[in-house]
Design a protein around this ligand. Structure first.
Ligand SMILES: Cc1cc2nc3c(=O)[nH]c(=O)nc-3n(C[C@H](O)[C@H](O)[C@H](O)COP(=O)(O)O)c2cc1C
Length: 163
C-alpha cells in the first residue's frame, strides 16, 4: 500500500469537481443556447445531409466538450447546445455561416449550473409520439424556450411524459 488514493476515471473526476463547485455555490462556467433555423434545400429532408451534420457535430463537440441535441422537423432545425461559453459562442459563429440553414434565431442563451443534455456530444432528437403531442402541430419556431427545451428532452427520453 502506498497510501495514495486511486484516481477516479476522468468523467468521475469531472463530476466530483462539479459537485464540489456546487457545494460552495461557485457557478460552473456553463452556457446553454437554443436556436431555431430554416433548413435550406436538401437539408430539409435529406438523410445524407442530416447524417453529415450529425457526424461532424459529434466529432467536433466531443473535442470541444460540447453536448447537444438536434431536431429536424417541418423544414426547421431546433438545437440545444451546452458547454463553456467560449465554445458555445464559437460554434454559434460557425452555425451562422453554414449554408445548410438560414434565419438562425436564438430562443435562449443563458448561463446554467449544470448540463441537462450531458450524455451526448450530439444526439438526434426524433419526434416521438410524446414529443409530437407536446408540439401539437405547431412549427418548431412557435415554441417558447421552455417548451423547446422540454420537447428536446422528451424526444431524447430524459423528461417525464406530460399528462
Ligand atoms: C443544423 C446544424 C447543426 C449543426 N450542429 C453542429 C454542432 O453541434 N457542432 C459542430 O461542430 N458543427 C455543427 N454544425 C456544422 C457547423 O455549422 C460547421 O459546418 C462545422 O462545425 C464546421 O466544422 P469543421 O470546421 O470541422 O469543418 C451544424 C450544422 C447545421 C446545419
Amino acid at each position: 500500500m502506498t497510501g495514495e488514493r486511486p484516481r477516479p476515471p476522468h468523467h468521475l473526476a469531472v463530476r466530483e469537481a462539479g459537485e464540489a463547485a456546487f457545494a460552495f455555490r461557485v457557478p460552473l462556467p456553463l452556457h446553454r443556447a437554443i436556436y431555431v433555423s430554416d433548413a435550406v434545400g436538401g437539408a430539409a429532408t435529406s438523410l445524407l445531409i442530416l447524417a453529415e451534420i450529425l457526424g461532424e457535430s459529434e466529432r467536433n463537440n466531443r473535442r470541444e466538450g460540447l453536448t447537444s441535441a438536434l431536431m429536424r422537423h417541418g423544414g426547421q432545425f431546433l438545437q440545444i447546445i451546452e458547454g463553456r461559453r467560449t465554445d458555445v459562442d464559437r460554434l454559434m459563429d460557425r452555425l451562422r455561416v453554414d449554408p445548410r440553414h438560414e434565419n438562425l434565431r436564438l430562443l435562449s442563451d443563458v448561463a446554467v449550473s449544470g448540463r441537462r443534455f450531458g450524455d451526448w456530444p450530439m444526439i438526434l432528437a426524433e419526434l416521438t409520439p410524446e414529443a409530437a403531442r407536446l408540439l401539437n402541430g405547431e412549427a418548431l419556431d412557435q415554441l417558447s424556450p421552455a417548451r423547446a427545451e422540454t420537447l428536446l428532452a422528451l424526444a431524447v427520453g430524459i423528461a417525464p411524459v406530460p399528462a
